[in-house]
Design a protein around this ligand. Structure first.
Ligand code: SF4
Ligand code: SF4
Length: 226
């Protein structure tokens, strides 16, 4: 369908990428398509690139060409606990409860509700929370999927380093955060973490690497804000 739409636009090119997580991450996408690497701490503009997703491009078109303000968006309501997971066009401000109802309710009690996908999503504690313009996915995990395995000591397998798409050393940043050395976490490039969750997912010792790196990023931001 996209190819058909692109006929007559010779300056536009459709590039099909392999299905690979986190292929959609901005910096990974830029490198896959253009071969350019955004420098540590840098922005896409530093390598003369601008990235936008389909929903944002469409919202921009509607705002500029049709004068339509951003009052609704398509949100994916997903996960095994739902009776009928689906993509819904919803008004911004709609409580998640209403979307659960629209999906036919639950077939099992969910263990966790996430604002985002299973890897990067942030836990939500109430379904009264409204959809915002940034709510692309609401994920429900089953109780089994939500179980947290017991954390053990790092076995220095280096798997977290091997899977990091932006070449960070997650365990070192996590350790720095845990001992309160925020300067070291910053020096190790914590702010370049794209929060893909690969490191936490792969870690055989179940160390909450992403959680700690998110904490380090917040601490760095707070420090910079003075
Ligand atoms: S979440 Fe982990 S693997 Fe992903 S970018 Fe951050 S440090 Fe790297
Ligand atoms: S993946 Fe886990 S156990 Fe392996 S080096 Fe990283 S933190 Fe340590």
């Amino acid at each position: 369908a996209l190819r058909e739409q692109l006929t007559g636009y010779p300056h536009m090119k459709l590039v099909v990428l392999p299905t690979m997580y986190p292929q959609g991450a901005e910096k990974a996408l830029i490198e896959s398509i253009t071969g350019r690497q955004v420098p540590p701490g840098g922005l896409p503009a530093d390598v003369r690139t601008f990235v936008t997703n389909v929903a944002t491009a469409n919202a921009t078109h509607e705002a500029v060409n049709e004068g339509k303000p951003l009052y609704e968006r398509v949100t994916t309501i997903s996960g095994d606990p739902l009776s009928t997971p689906q993509n819904l066009r919803v008004r911004i401000g709609t409580p998640i409860n209403a979307l659960i109802e629209e999906c036919g309710g639950f077939v099992m009690t969910p263990g966790k509700m996430l604002h985002g996908g299973p890897m990067m999503g942030l836990p939500l504690t109430s379904a009264e929370v409204p959809i915002t313009k940034g709510s692309s996915v609401i994920t429900f995990l089953s109780q089994k999927e939500s179980e947290r395995e017991e954390q053990t000591d790092c076995i220095r397998c280096s798997e977290c380093i091997n899977v990091c798409p932006v070449s960070l050393q997650p365990i070192l940043i996590s350790n720095a955060y845990e001992r309160g050395d925020i300067d070291e976490a910053e020096r190790l490039g914590a702010m370049d973490c794209i929060e893909c969750g690969n490191c936490s997912f792969i870690c055989p010792s179940k160390i909450p690497l992403l959680e700690n790196i998110r904490g380090a990023k917040q601490a760095i931001k707070a420090k910079s804000a003075g």
